[in-house]
Ligand binder design. Structure first.
Ligand SMILES: [Zn+2]
Length: 356
């Protein structure tokens, strides 16, 4: 099993999570590899920080493979630098990541359409043919005015479905127009319409397309979000959607129409999620993201209980990832530790961990 989407944090955010702890959890739940996201502090956007990151991971001496994504900005020279690093350091640098909205403390967002086109254009000029994973939410479609911490569910209204669907469409069109030669991966799809667009695009676009889903977008819907301040723990990007969407995403996963599962493990402290910690301007923080890695074995139990075959699970958790990235990792066969959620302050799954 590989989790191709985790946020190990560390560095200036080591109070939230560290590479060493993620590798330890990954080892105990039976993963053979994790791919770390670059929206760290500082962000992993230069050769220097890529090398520092890999050195830090090597110091952990884990048997779990550690790979990292290099982050993209709208600066042409920066894009060239990380493509070169990918070429020389693959498979440790597994691919590239683009955020279409602000994510975390770093200035990684490539939100304007002309900037996104420049990214694809530059990747084509540089002959990039690896994986480009994109966090798709269109900034101009967000409705931050609808968010109020008094009603945690309002986060789902503030980041509406159209925002994701429009951004997914943009990326596929821009990649196709530029004749992008790599694999465009649409990360953590949460709206069934996004998936429909991807499927239709496979008929007309020559771009290789893959998509992933998270356990939380399959299992949780916004009616599950407590109305109390506990509901703040469920704040995540893209947000938890309505019941029909989560059920549809799960059924599409079962039909084999999604390439893989990715946890988007993204811890914050309880205080950072519930407005008790302040940002640099002195405003209360309501951070988006929560830990999902420790829940992964429970999600697989859930899939087995819902008649997903072992073959299907192997494809969704391992083989499709190895094939797309061109990275071959061994399958590990251990009885996973199912108690590791106790190592995290935030546990949004406690209500549905009933098959424990
Ligand atoms: Zn993520």
């Amino acid at each position: 099993m590989i989790d191709p989407h985790v946020h190990c944090r560390d560095w200036a955010q080591s109070h939230k999570e560290t590479i060493a702890h993620v590798l330890s959890v990954a080892e105990r739940i039976g993963l053979s590899g994790i791919f770390d996201m670059p929206n760290t502090s500082p962000a992993i956007t230069t050769r220097e920080f890529i090398e520092k990151r890999l050195e830090d991971a090597d110091k952990v001496n884990s048997s779990v493979f550690y790979g990292v994504y290099a982050g993209l900005t709208s600066d042409k020279n920066q894009i060239k630098e990380v493509v070169k690093a990918w070429r020389e350091l693959f498979p440790r640098v597994v691919g590239l990541k683009m955020f279409t909205v602000k994510s975390g403390p770093s200035n990684l967002e490539v939100s304007k359409e002309d900037e996104q086109r420049l990214v694809y254009q530059t990747l084509v000029e540089e002959g990039y043919d690896g994986v480009l994973a994109v966090h798709c939410e269109k900034e101009s479609k967000l409705r931050p005015d609808l968010w109020t911490p008094k009603n945690p569910k309002s986060h789902s209204y503030a980041r509406p479905n159209e925002s994701e669907v429009n951004s997914v469409a943009d990326q596929i069109i821009f990649a196709s127009d530029a004749k992008f030669k790599g694999n465009l991966h649409i990360a953590h799809v949460s709206v069934p319409k996004s998936l429909e667009f991807i499927e239709v695009s496979r008929r007309w676009s020559k771009v290789k397309l893959t998509c992933g889903v998270t356990p939380h977008h399959c299992l949780l819907n916004y009616e599950d979000i407590p109305k109390s301040q506990d509901g703040l723990l469920y704040k995540v990007n893209p947000p938890i959607r309505d019941k029909a969407s989560s059920e549809k995403i799960l059924s599409l996963l079962k039909e084999g129409r999604i390439d893989w599962i990715e946890t988007d493990h993204a811890p914050h402290t309880l205080e950072e999620k519930t407005g008790k910690a302040l940002d640099t301007k002195g405003n209360p923080q309501y951070m988006s993201g929560f830990p999902g890695l420790a829940f992964y074995p429970h999600f697989l139990d859930f899939l087995r209980a819902n008649d997903f075959s072992n073959e299907q699970i192997k494809n969704l958790t391992h083989r499709n990832i190895c094939n797309t990235f061109g990275i071959d990792l061994p399958e590990r066969d251990i009885i996973p530790d199912r108690t590791l959620h106790k190592e995290y302050e935030v546990d949004v799954y406690r209500g549905i961990r009933k098959w424990e």
